[in-house]
Design a protein around this ligand. Structure first.
Ligand code: IFM
Length: 431
């Protein structure tokens, strides 16, 4: 018997800028138009055409494939193109999209901020501006007021930890800062913004479940018995994940490079659920000269590109992350889990092993309520542009045509059966 509850949510995830297309109002649009920022000089362009009508078709495909939920994000820059001016037509478009999901029987999990800032906010200093959490809270309240009847689960911010380090530490994303200090400062600002955003959503919709989505990889020492590798792995884990989880428990942020714990008002217990985005395991080798703090990652190069490393697929790491998130005592969702695998050779086995890993976490006591695969359809993968394909549906960008990959059918069987059946596991074999 599968341990998944009957009302477990099965679905896929997308994010606004990666699928909608044609939005020139945010900081990523400007970033993509700068030389050397995106592999092969690619741009999001029309993306997967969601703004122009493709969303409804993709959601229908998801429902036809047995999904019971979908995770998507709102594009702040469309909804508030100028500070304090909300665009009613953009809200209407989201009402159409979310309404379509509802009509198709898909529960909706909606993220308020998934990496892209309105241009006006970027001009005011992005997340280094003290003012932005307050503005984000105002936007969150507006969104909850206008769309809340169509939303089952709200998330404030997607992967604040990834954003802080990619955009402010490593400088690979806008605004391109390269400062460890700035990245920790921004992580604090993002958590502050999360608190204000949840408060604003709750003020508009007192019963709305509002969560936070964290990227939670497994950091392990490259050599298990080597004390310096162990120290480096623990240090990275603490800066990226541990400090945030601890802050969510007691409201104190003990980030590396700050001398004393900082009390963040309202942070303790500021979530009704936690989202876990999980891609893989990092093997950390101590190296004080490395770009990352204290060590570099030395896993096989199969799942990394020149600029991005998603970690080595490692299903037990997903179990570990879910158990760890579950210890905070609130429901947990796998809000992203996926693989860049352009020819879909490894993804079928990946899916099975990771769904089994979720089952394992549930059997061991974690209150996991849903699994969202990243992603429903191939989309614009930030610095990697269009070269890394994560979709269950392959996208032909010249025609807009979608072709389900074999993984889509495998995931459909998982969704319909409510877990991995023995026959499916046998059919897929060792991959
Ligand atoms: O595409 C991203 C997504 O926007 C955030 N999490 C990781 C995915 C794959 O890199």
């Amino acid at each position: 018997m599968h341990p998944f509850p009957d009302d477990f949510l099965w679905g896929a995830a997308t994010a606004s800028h990666q699928v909608e297309g044609g939005n020139s109002l945010n900081d990523w649009w400007d970033w993509e138009h700068q030389r050397g920022r995106i592999q092969h000089g690619e741009r999001s362009g029309d993306a997967a055409g969601w703004w122009d009508g493709a969303a409804e078709d993709d959601l229908r495909r998801a429902a036809d494939m047995g999904h019971s939920a979908h995770r998507l994000s709102l594009e702040w820059s469309r909804l508030e193109p100028e500070p304090g001016r909300f665009d009613g037509r953009a809200f209407d478009r989201y009402r159409e999209i979310l309404g379509a999901a509802r009509d198709l029987g898909l529960a909706t999990n909606v993220t308020l901020y998934h990496f892209t800032l309105p241009r006006w906010a970027a001009r005011r200093g992005s997340w280094l501006s003290r003012d932005l959490p307050r503005r984000f809270a105002r936007f969150s309240g507006e969104a909850a007021t206008r769309l809340g009847d169509l939303v089952d689960l709200w998330a404030t911010i997607n992967e604040p930890n990834v954003l802080a380090f990619m955009a402010y530490g490593e400088g690979r994303w806008p605004p391109g800062r390269q400062s460890a200090l700035a990245s920790f400062r921004v992580l604090r600002m993002l958590l502050r913004a999360h608190v204000g955003s949840r408060r604003a959503v709750r003020a508009a919709r007192p019963d709305a479940p509002v969560g936070l989505v964290l990227n939670m990889p497994l950091f392990e020492p490259a050599h298990i018995g080597h004390p310096l590798d162990r120290a480096a792995a623990s240090f990275q884990d603490w800066g990226f994940t541990g400090s945030v989880l601890a802050g969510l428990v007691d409201g104190k942020l003990r980030l590396p490079m700050t001398l004393f714990p900082r009390h963040e008002p309202g942070l303790a217990g500021s979530f009704d659920w936690l989202g876990v985005n999980y891609y893989g395991r990092f093997a950390v080798l101590f190296d004080p000269a490395a770009e990352k703090p204290m060590g570099r990652h030395v896993q096989q190069p199969t799942t990394r590109t020149e600029w991005v490393d998603w970690g080595q697929p490692c299903p037990r790491g997903l179990t570990a992350s879910l158990l760890r998130a579950g210890q905070l005592g609130k429901p947990v969702y796998v809000t992203e889990n996926g693989l860049y695998d352009n020819d879909d050779r490894a993804r079928p086995r990946f899916l099975i092993d990771h769904v089994d890993a979720v089952a394992d976490a549930i059997s061991r006591g974690a209150d996991v309520r849903g699994y969202f695969h990243w992603s429903l359809v191939d989309n614009f993968e930030w610095t990697e542009g269009w070269s890394t394909h994560f979709g269950l549906l392959a996208l032909d960008r010249s025609t807009g045509e979608r072709t389900p990959r074999r993984s889509a059918a495998i995931f459909e069987r998982i969704c319909r059966a409510g877990g991995v059946e023995a026959a499916l596991r046998r059919e897929v074999g060792e991959g």
